[in-house]
Write a protein that binds this ligand. Structure first.
Ligand SMILES: CSCCC(=O)C(=O)COP(=O)(O)O
Ligand SMILES: [Mg+2]
Length: 228
């Protein structure tokens, strides 16, 4: 694929830059095991109390005890719910894991060279993931290709909207202050690509191992197949 009209690239993480197995078999189990004690120890810290309040607002009983809040969060992890307060708390717990060297952020081997090349050729790079902005910065900051955060001009999470809704992409494009057609969105998930296309963005599906290709968006299997 060759396209010189692209001025900015917005990339998804899970299934696009990063193996789904890293997210589901390393990050989610780590959060599942550490979150209960993290919350018990830090529930009164303002940044954490704010997220606990946000979880309670999603529960039938808004004054549910902390242990019920923990059970709710563990259920959301087990069922891969993209709920904003869960994502914020996961980011806080993963910070400790990255800093201790328990794991590094997985990137497919083609990702870092392509990001460097696109940045060097004047493209602005952004991330849009359901993981919190903190979690995104950690994954790219402690990645197995080194600290890639200087390459990115910005990060978006579910505070801007949900990834299957066109309004989220309209807001992203407005923040980038570019025409939608000058922005390329990369993802493995057809519903996300459909929403981005509805907002006027260019789209490209990453078909990594195990991804089902669709037929409504152009596809590549690796970042080095994308010539911009
Ligand atoms: C930012 S790393 C953790 C990813 C995550 O929590 C997640 O739910 C994956 O979401 P994505 O939008 O990247 O598919
Ligand atoms: Mg994805």
């Amino acid at each position: 694929m060759s396209n010189s009209t692209v001025r900015a690239i917005v990339t998804d993480i899970e299934g696009t830059t990063t193996d789904i197995n890293f997210v589901h078999k390393v990050l989610f189990p780590y959060a599942h095991s550490k979150l209960p004690d993290f919350l018990r120890a830090n529930a009164d810290a303002p940044a954490i109390a704010e997220q606990i309040t946000a979880v309670r607002s999603e529960m039938v009983d808004p004054s549910a005890p902390l242990e019920a809040v923990i059970d709710k969060l563990l259920h959301w992890i087990e069922t891969d719910q993209k709920v904003t307060p869960l994502k914020a708390l996961q980011g806080m717990v993963w910070a400790d894991g990255y800093q201790r060297g328990d794991f590094k952020g997985h990137l497919y081997s083609d990702v870092a060279p392509a990001l460097h090349q696109w940045k060097d050729s004047g493209k602005a790079l952004y991330v849009y993931s359901s993981g919190s902005v903190q979690a995104q910065k950690l994954l790219f900051g402690y990645s197995d290709a080194g600290d890639l955060t200087p390459l990115f001009s910005g990060y978006f999470d579910t505070h801007i909207g949900h990834k299957r809704e066109a309004t989220a992409y309209q807001r992203i494009v407005a923040e980038l202050d570019l025409p939608p057609a000058a922005v390329l969105f990369l993802s493995d998930v057809i519903e996300e690509l459909d929403a981005a296309k509805q907002a006027g963005m260019q789209t490209l599906q990453l078909v990594r191992e195990g991804t089902q290709p669709g037929n409504t968006h152009a596809c590549v299997t690796r970042f080095d197949e994308i010539a911009l």
